[in-house]
Design a protein around this ligand. Structure first.
Ligand SMILES: *[C@@H]1O[C@H](CO)[C@@H](O)[C@H](O)[C@H]1NC(C)=O
Ligand SMILES: *[C@@H]1O[C@H](CO)[C@@H](O)[C@H](O)[C@H]1NC(C)=O
Ligand SMILES: *[C@@H]1O[C@H](CO)[C@@H](O)[C@H](O)[C@H]1NC(C)=O
Ligand SMILES: *[C@H]1O[C@H](CO)[C@@H](O)[C@H](O)[C@H]1NC(C)=O
Length: 468
């Protein structure tokens, strides 16, 4: 330790042209591209339950700012996944998502009576705009089937889909009709130029609540997936991936997996939320997994990066995302809402009460630090070393860049060098997010050995990008 310290001090004194190092805190991160983990699909959010209408009601200038904050890769978070809500309600009152077949056609085998307004509570607008920013992952997710397809004849208050195990209805078996209904929704979007990439048919099936909700066990979900997969394939939607089941908590979703795994390739992605349990271990060793909903739902609005580790602070969210990726093996992380009005932290960007401005929180910039630099298709790779107390992760992006995230939750500050084994960086950048910066570019030095160095201050998130 003493010798190491002395050596660094000597080196610092000799190499007078290098940045001033505090020898006690300088450190090196080594990235090993040969040890790989999961492939990333991206980062995202949602404007369901008529939140998209709130965005669309803004002035044209603020609409653009809102879209840039969510999807722009240079001035915003560069989100790469949009989760849309497939409606199940008979009407659009309150914040309901109206169904594309609000009234029963008469029975499960009757000719469908679909109704499509081409707007879908402004989700079509957000989606078509997102396409222009390069978003390719559109996750269409139903909270429930329409009421007439369910045991309780209501799209809210739980109930199950008629026809799955243990769920019989006098009106018959609605599994095929529900599958057709989801395919019809995907078709409407396709006709407007938005390719739905993922479809989910449940949301929090472990929760009965006064808004759209449908119960399901793992077995009941498997019963339906066996109908949905061939229905999608027959309509040429062979590339649309089925997700399941968006349980309210991660462990609750884990409990559904044993009934789903026998589905093999009929299921593509295991999805879970974090409300009743955080992602701390993998859901499945077979399926990629997505953390599809989390937020500080009720906390009073804060835009802070770090104050006292409060539930809405940016640094807290940077850490949550890190844990989900490194401990729970997730391939995607979605915050609940992107842009919305109101005084809680349930969204990342707040529409001011007079609707004349947007207030981005540091939660958005925590997402940005991940989303801008860990692109869809990036493969997580191993790292060793790094500053004491910091959380470190690294990814190889499809464009050949290597991005390294250093989250320093403590107060220690120092220079950090990043070296990728077998890779000489020809260029490098560092981006900082802290109390005063929002993914701001900061000075980085490319060393003669192909390493990249920059300062990592206390309570900050610094992303290094090494260019081959
Ligand atoms: C993203 O923001 C930059 C900077 O404001 C702007 O030049 C660019 O056109 C935006 N990108 C898109 C796709 O709108
Ligand atoms: C399905 O896709 C194939 C190949 O893209 C195409 O030839 C065929 O016409 C499509 N069928 C339908 C029903 O859209
Ligand atoms: C992590 O997820 C991938 C799929 O994305 C899977 O192949 C791998 O086995 C998982 N690893 C663990 C430890 O569960
Ligand atoms: C990362 O987060 C910090 C802290 O808010 C912010 O200053 C920085 O701009 C973010 N970086 C990116 C690229 O989003």
């Amino acid at each position: 330790m003493a010798l190491h310290t002395l050596l660094l001090a000597v080196l610092a004194a000799v190499a007078s042209s290098t940045p001033v190092l505090d020898p006690r805190q300088a450190s090196t991160i080594t990235v090993d591209l040969t040890k790989t983990y999961q492939t990333m699909d991206g980062f995202g959010t949602s404007e369901t339950f008529q939140r998209a209408n709130q965005m669309h009601a803004l002035s044209p200038e603020l609409q653009r700012s809102a879209l840039d904050l969510l999807f722009n890769r240079t001035s915003g978070a560069g989100l790469s996944i949009l989760r849309n809500g497939i409606g199940s309600s008979p009407d659009s009152s309150s914040d309901h998502m109206v169904s594309i077949q609000p009234k029963s056609p008469g029975g499960p085998t009757a000719e469908p009576k679909y109704v499509w307004d081409g707007n879908d509570n402004s989700q079509v607008w957000v989606s078509t705009e997102a396409v222009k920013y390069g978003v390719k992952n559109f996750y269409a997710n139903a909270w429930s089937a329409p009421g007439y397809m369910k045991t309780n004849n209501n799209d809210a208050n739980g109930g199950t889909l008629c026809g799955v195990s243990g769920s019989t209805c006098s009106s018959g078996d609605w599994k095929q009709a529900y599958a057709n209904y989801l395919v019809q929704y995907i078709t409407y979007y396709k006709d407007l130029g938005v390719d739905i990439s993922h479809v989910g048919f449940l949301n929090e099936p472990d929760l009965t609540t006064s808004y759209a909700s449908m119960r399901s066990s793992g077995q009941q979900a498997a019963d339906f997936i066996k109908v949905l997969r061939p229905t999608l394939d027959k309509s040429n939607f062979t590339n649309v991936k089925i997700t399941c089941c968006d349980a309210e908590g991660w462990q609750s979703q884990a409990g559904m997996m044993s009934a789903l795994t026998p589905l093999g390739d009929a299921l593509s992605v295991a999805t879970g939320h974090s409300y009743t349990g955080q992602p701390t271990s993998p859901l499945s060793s077979r399926y990629p997994s997505w953390q599809t909903e989390n937020a500080d739902l009720q906390g009073a609005w804060t835009a802070a990066w770090y104050s006292n580790n409060g539930a809405g602070e940016g640094l807290v969210w940077a850490n949550k995302i890190y844990d989900a990726i490194t401990k729970a093996n997730v391939s995607a992380y979605l915050y609940w809402v992107g842009v919305q009005g109101g005084a809680t932290n349930s969204k990342m960007v707040r529409i001011s009460d007079d609707k004349k401005s947007l207030i981005p929180s540091k939660r958005l910039w925590a997402m940005a630090n991940w989303s801008r630099f860990v692109r869809p298709g990036a493969v997580r790779v191993a790292t060793s070393g790094g500053p004491s107390g910091a959380k470190v992760s690294a990814f190889k992006n499809p464009d050949g860049t290597v991005s390294v995230q250093v989250i320093q939750g403590g107060t220690a500050s120092g220079t950090v060098g990043v070296k990728v084994t077998g890779f000489e960086a020809k260029g490098g950048k560092a981006w900082i997010t802290d109390n005063t910066h929002d993914v701001g570019e900061q000075a980085a030095t490319v060393g003669s050995d192909g390493s990249v160095s920059a300062t990592v201050p206390g309570r900050s998130f610094v992303t290094f990008v090494l260019e081959p």
